[in-house]
Design a protein around this ligand. Sequence first.
Ligand code: PLP
Length: 435
Amino acid sequence: MTNDDLTALRAANLPRGVSATAPVYAAKAENAIVTDVEGRDYIDFAAGIGVMNVGHSHPRVVEAVKAQAELFTHTCFGLTGTGPYLRLAEKLNQHAPGTSPKRTFFINSGAEAIENAIKIARYATKRPAVIAFEDGFHGRTYMTLSLTSQVDPYKTGFGPYAPEVHRIPYAYCYRCPLRLTHPACGCECAELLRKAFDKYVSADEVAAVVVEPVLGEGGFVVPPAEYLGKLKAICDEHGILLIADEIQTGMGRTGKWFAMEHWGVEPDLLVTAKSLGGGLPLSGVTGRQELMDSVHPGGLGTTFGGNPVACSAGLAVFAIIESEGLLQRATVIGERIRARFRALQKRYPVIGDVRGLGAMAAIELVDDPVTKRPAGDFANIFRAALYENGVINIGAGTFHNVVRVLVPLTIEDEVLARGLDIFEQTMAETAASAS
Ligand SMILES: Cc1ncc(COP(=O)(O)O)c(C=O)c1O
């Protein structure tokens, strides 16, 4: 079947709400190359939205999946336990930031993990409210959509949303909510959390603050070094739990196992998904033992959560990150990408900001570097051309004007360089046609 055949099949069978960046269908994928059904190769700068940190079809993941599938594929952990589930929980407990003893359990998707983290936080604190952030993204189920900030396309028309969710601005320095400049500001935006206790909800009614250590969907916004520590200190003052959503930032993406390590902050609950399962659906909640154990037996679980095939893949992911030095590699890749982007920024004023952490790298596009008016249309044209030129890519940002790069951490130097050359050439073409 050709791409056109599959597009026709799609039109005849899928709702239009399930959108597609391009009319391209994968036939196979290996490391950072996806090959479509017509044999055309694409360089993968999106990694299935940060899922393929260890690359597509890594032989060790494939081997682990095959070996487990030959033994058995499902029991439901609540009925009959499995070794892969327990061994992967042990890995997460060992690698989660901080020194407190940890406990972990598994579910299937990022959103489901955030749902469960909120359940645990409410149960443990006996408080109802949750505070989330502007430009934050936590999923598309009702609780997580309530926590998610971005309206278009996620929230439009789907309300009403869950009660007891409050929102404060994030430390988005390029568009500072307080119009201040770091470091002179003293990271004043962290104090907005304290102000929320007067403006929106009493501190003693707040169960948790849910935060992405680096905004993913919101545009790879990296907060100042002191921000998360300040949030944690304010939470601690009031008995509020800090939930780190490391669904996109975790599993080596930022050059550490988890991004919170960059700032030495131990979250009360850590939420993982995406690259945890090496391409299979898997997510986890890891937290301080006493919090996790506060929930009564039977209060946590799901039919497929911690599926043994997915957990075996997860164990392979841990082994690959360790044995292939992917934490260091993430740092090298990210610096290389941002260096190219900074060079481009000198030539193309449409690139208002270059930012990221480890192998999260992004450009924010603006119509004018002074007013910083978001260049969403330019970003759309650029991204479509980039795909057309052979690079799978992904946007971000509340105003759809950020292009983020999430390459597999295993990408070969030559493939990365080729992808960046195409990025540069596409920027030149798009800028020329826009002027
Ligand atoms: C930070 C963050 N949280 C939550 C989610 C939701 O995860 P899922 O799509 O697996 O439900 C995502 C997905 O992109 C994410 O990036």
